[in-house]
Design a protein around this ligand. Structure first.
Ligand code: XMP
Length: 538
């Protein structure tokens, strides 16, 4: 890869990925690696001359609880280093300063005063005090703090309770902040990170998705040669963009297999076929496996068991199709590659799990172990990209915006949105109710922002509750099912707030569902945040 790069060492903070996303948003390429990589590894990573700077992340732990240190090479390469929160504390400890624990944790909003006109903060401020000091509105989350500067450092920022809230040794281009510039609550966070990577590190801003297509296409062609690729298309954003990119690179050497498990959204199957077969002219095999899935799910109500069954059947059906394709001699040799829409967060998560740095909240399994079982090589053209980048790439490849900017949809589909046992009757009712909800979210625009409520929410869907309640319609009593509407706003899906949808929108959705979907007579709105609730109901 010919891009300048920034190395982000992950000390296990829940928000490390946000650092990487903010850096990428400035069009600078970066990679996240666990903090316990060796100095030799860091030197090898820098050997191509493309490493322009290092960022040390925060941690969920305290410097007293863990002995994680940055590899010494980080401070010896002669390139800029930025420490964030724990990253600042470990920088202080490793370079000869002092960190002390404190009884009180500082958590939340804080106003930080900038000092010393450092290259990092110079000219970046939210407001100025009456005395003319530049102030930053930031997000703090720490117990320990730096109490003595390492030799060569000066104070770069302070708050009344944290006198060393930032420090710098400008001769070595080492900077550190106690607050979190990566979270959006820190108003100037993006500007500070941008200043660090673009100006202090001098990294080239050449990470642009439109240009990346050419690079990715060349790489796929080189990896695949004249062999054949098979890809499981799910209708989701990642597999769709992977399919479009691979198709751009190798055309008919790609065969997509679209397994319809009967738990997709309304008309989703037809839309996928229309796009890939109809418009892109890709080879797509559509397998209607809905009866098989429903049969195997009959009588099963435990959520994890349902997930396992759906995952296993998906693999079985896919394998059977791959075998059929091979036997039919499609292409000249049959597929030797399996393509997957793995994206960068999946890669980082499994790395984090290996070094036990990330605290896993809930694991989501997609199709693991499939390439080994099929005896196929793996092709993962999106594994360097974050979700926002995958979307940009999708648009650049000509996929419709509406498809690429769709809310995420879980692999097990409506299977986890029908509480308890899955039945076709339930799935059919849910699909129709959900389509109405989504349609109205797209119809309603928020005046203040000019955006539709679909775009203002991160994920929205309907949940089928297999309970009946009494209603009255016309002259008669009804005794029908209940659905719950769920709409959340989140930047990382780890925490989420329920969306404050306008009453007029809720009213319209409720009245349309009850009037148009016979079998549902009650609509509720879910007002639970995550945590303690999760986004999905199962
Ligand atoms: P939760 O419910 O854990 O969801 O708050 C967080 C995000 O993950 C999605 N999700 C899944 N995705 N397979 C998937 O591919 C699953 O089993 C699964 N469960 C949850 C969920 O839709 C939300 O975006």
């Amino acid at each position: 890869m010919q891009h300048d790069k920034i190395l982000i060492l992950d000390f296990g903070s829940q928000v490390t990925q946000l650092i990487a996303r903010r850096v990428r948003e400035t069009h600078v390429y970066c990679e996240v690696h666990p903090c316990d990589v060796s100095s030799e590894w860091v030197r090898a990573f820098a050997a191509d001359g493309k490493l322009k700077g290092v960022i040390l992340s925060g941690s969920h732990a305290s410097v007293y609880e863990v002995d994680d240190r940055a590899p010494d090479a980080v401070f010896e390469l002669g390139i800029p280093v930025l420490g964030i929160c724990y990253g600042m504390q470990t920088m202080a400890t490793q370079l000869g300063g002092k960190v002390e624990g404190s009884n009180s944790r500082e958590f939340g909003y804080a106003e930080v005063r900038a000092h010393g006109h450092t290259a990092l903060l110079q000219g970046i401020e939210d407001f100025a005090t009456a005395e003319g000091h530049g102030m930053l509105k930031v997000w703090m989350s720490h117990g320990d703090k730096v109490t003595a500067l390492p030799p060569g450092f000066k104070v770069m920022a302070s708050t009344p309770s944290c006198p060393i809230a930032g420090m710098a040794d400008e001769s070595r281009h080492f900077y550190a902040v106690q607050f979190h510039p990566e979270v959006t609550h820190t108003v100037q966070g993006a500007a500070i990170l941008g200043r660090f990577v673009r100006e202090i590190c001098g990294a080239n801003a050449d990470w642009i998705m439109g240009d990346y297509i050419e690079e990715a296409v060349a790489r796929i062609r080189e990896q695949v040669g004249d062999e054949e690729v098979i890809l499981g298309l799910s209708g989701g954003v990642d597999s769709s963009v992977a399919a479009a990119l691979i198709h751009r690179a190798i055309g008919d050497q790609l065969t997509c297999v679209f397994v319809d498990h009967g738990l997709l959204r309304l008309h989703e199957g037809d839309m996928v076929m229309d796009m890939f077969e109809g418009k892109l002219h890709a080879k797509v095999v559509r397998v209607d496996a809905s009866e098989l899935f429903l049969r195997e799910l009959a009588g099963v109500s435990e959520p994890e068991q349902k997930r396992k069954i759906i995952g296993r059947l998906f693999v079985d059906v896919f394998k059977a199709e791959a075998a059929k394709l091979k036997a039919s001699g499609q292409g000249h040799k049959g597929a030797t590659f399996l393509a997957q829409g793995t994206i960068y967060p999946d890669v980082i998560e499994s790395g984090g799990a290996k070094s036990k740095k990330a605290v896993t909240i809930k694991s989501h399994h997609n199709v693991g172990g499939l390439p080994e079982q099929l005896g196929l090589k793996l092709l993962e053209p999106l594994r360097d990209l974050f979700k926002d980048e995958v979307r940009e790439l999708g648009v650049a490849l000509g996929l419709p915006r509406e498809m690429v900017y769709r809310h995420p949809f879980p692999g097990p589909g409506l299977g986890v949105r029908i509480l308890g046992e899955v039945k076709k009757e339930y799935a059919d009712l849910l699909r129709r109710a959900d389509a109405i909800f989504i349609e109205e979210l797209r119809n309603f625009t928020d005046e203040a922002t000019g955006k539709t409520w679909y775009d203002l929410t991160s994920q929205a869907f309907t949940v089928f509750l297999p309970v009946k309640s009494v209603g009255v319609m016309g002259d008669g009593r009804t005794y029908d099912y209940v659905v719950a509407l769920r709409a959340v706003q989140t930047s990382d899906f780890m925490t989420a707030d329920w969306a404050e949808l306008p009453y007029a929108l809720l009213k319209k959705v409720s009245s349309r569902i009850i009037n148009e979907v016979r079998g549902i007579n009650r609509v509720t709105y879910d007002v639970s945040s995550k945590p303690p609730a999760t986004i999905e109901w199962e």
